[in-house]
Design a protein around this ligand. Structure first.
Ligand code: GLT
Ligand code: MN
Ligand code: MN
Length: 404
């Protein structure tokens, strides 16, 4: 018997930059002090997380000496060894330093592009030192405000050359990373290249080693674009390209809020968990979110516990949905099967084409069937509201508050 307390088997991860976020935003200073990397590792382990991810400069300041780098890496390694927390993913900060203000791999300045490659190779070395297997590319500054610069086509070419170069570097070093492109439509640039999961999937097909590349979709980013996150990850799963995932929440049409998972759009969160669980996605469930700026240190850990707890509750709701007899009956009623027509429609042959063209269909009857989606959706809402029959598969601790 278990409650909604996570264990490493649940594969929950956080970035150092997420729980380490200090509340700074474009309009105001930090509202809390943040934590050292080893303190984050210890606290996440205590909460039941599986791993921690980082940008090179979350761990090692950009201007650190070689000796400082080694000392920081050793302290971090000691905390990982003490706790058993792992580092499944690493990435590069190619957005904070003014050198990258007009792009990194897509800068019009060849020197910046070369420096971006150098910095990324060093960050890949650092990630590999801690066993990272997935390498994320979030192109925060890869975009424009001024399309008169005329670089739209060149930028995609530069981006492609850089990714091809880095994939080869990874192979040569024996790192064998799997690379995950993380799309975002805008912020901090007016328009960011490869703005959606669909754009990234299309671009991957143009790379030299497309099999090494997948996507790292983020709930907030697809939502900012006005798109459905479950639809985006379904397409990534279908393409065999869901290499990693950034879970959080977001109101449509706002700035990148990075809210606690499930804080805003519970139905979207539910179908996200359902797709991950039902498809057998085996990667980390990474929360790329941060506590509200209003919160103090304790609020940060309440936020982290809440992300994991909500995921586990929704996972239970998915299990309940999948065995609920009324829901299963509604799902069955929704699909109309016709073995003969399905056989005719699959696997083209000239005979099947002729056969189909000669069939007559009762168009008016086809248009009259009510598929029962109102009923199905109401049942889903009732599962989420907790008013449908069967007891949860896990037994929540009595009287336990979210995050308590
Ligand atoms: C940054 C961004 C995130 C990315 C991170 C990885 S950094 O916080 O908002 O969505 O996943 O580079
Ligand atoms: Mn975000
Ligand atoms: Mn992200």
């Amino acid at each position: 018997m278990t409650d909604y307390t996570p264990t490493p088997a649940d594969k929950f991860t956080f970035g150092l930059w997420t729980v380490g976020q200090t509340g700074r935003d474009p309009f105001g200073e930090a509202t809390r002090r943040g934590f050292s990397a080893p303190d984050i590792v210890r606290k996440l382990a205590e909460l039941g997380a599986y791993g921690v991810n980082f940008h090179d400069n979350d761990l090692v300041p950009i201007d650190a000496s070689a000796a400082e780098r080694d000392r920081i890496a050793n302290d971090f390694r000691a905390a990982l060894n003490d706790t058993g927390l792992v580092v499944p993913m690493a990435t590069t900060n190619l957005f904070s330093d003014p050198a990258f203000k007009d792009g990194a791999f897509t800068s019009a300045d060849a020197r910046v592009r070369a420096y971006a490659l150098q910095k990324t190779m060093q960050a890949m070395d650092l990630g590999a030192e801690f066993g990272a297997q997935t390498y994320v590319f979030w192109g925060g500054r890869e975009g424009t405000e001024v399309d008169g610069s005329g670089k739209l086509l060149d930028a995609l070419g530069w981006f492609r050359d850089s990714l091809d170069f880095l994939a080869q570097y990874s192979q040569d070093q024996g790192y064998n990373y799997r690379f995950a492109l993380e799309p975002k439509p805008n912020e901090p640039r007016g328009d960011i290249f490869l703005p959606t999961v669909g754009s990234a999937l299309g671009f991957i097909a143009t790379l030299k080693q497309p099999e090494l590349f997948g996507v790292n979709p983020e709930f907030a980013h697809e939502t900012m674009a006005g798109l459905s996150f479950p639809h985006a990850i379904a397409q990534a799963i279908d393409a065999g390209k869901l290499f990693h995932i950034d879970l959080n929440d977001q109101k449509m049409g706002r700035f990148d809020q990075d809210l606690r998972f499930g804080a805003e759009n519970l139905k979207g969160a539910f179908f996200t968990v359902k797709l991950l669980e039902d498809s057998g996605y085996a990667g980390p469930r990474h929360f790329d979110a941060h506590a509200l700026r209003t919160e103090d240190a304790e609020g940060v850990w309440t936020f982290a516990r809440g992300c994991m707890r909500t995921y586990l509750i929704l996972k239970d709701k998915v299990a309940q949905f999948n065995v609920d007899p009324e829901i299963q009956a509604a799902l069955q009623a929704y699909r109309v099967q016709d073995a003969e027509l399905e056989a005719l429609s699959q696997g083209y042959t000239p005979e099947k084409a002729r056969g189909l063209k000669n069939r007559s269909f009762d168009r008016s009857a086809l248009g009259q069937r009510g598929p029962g989606l109102e009923h199905l959706d109401q049942l889903t809402v009732e599962v989420l509201l907790g008013v449908r029959g069967s007891a949860p598969l896990r037994t929540p601790r009595a009287q336990t508050e979210v995050g308590a």
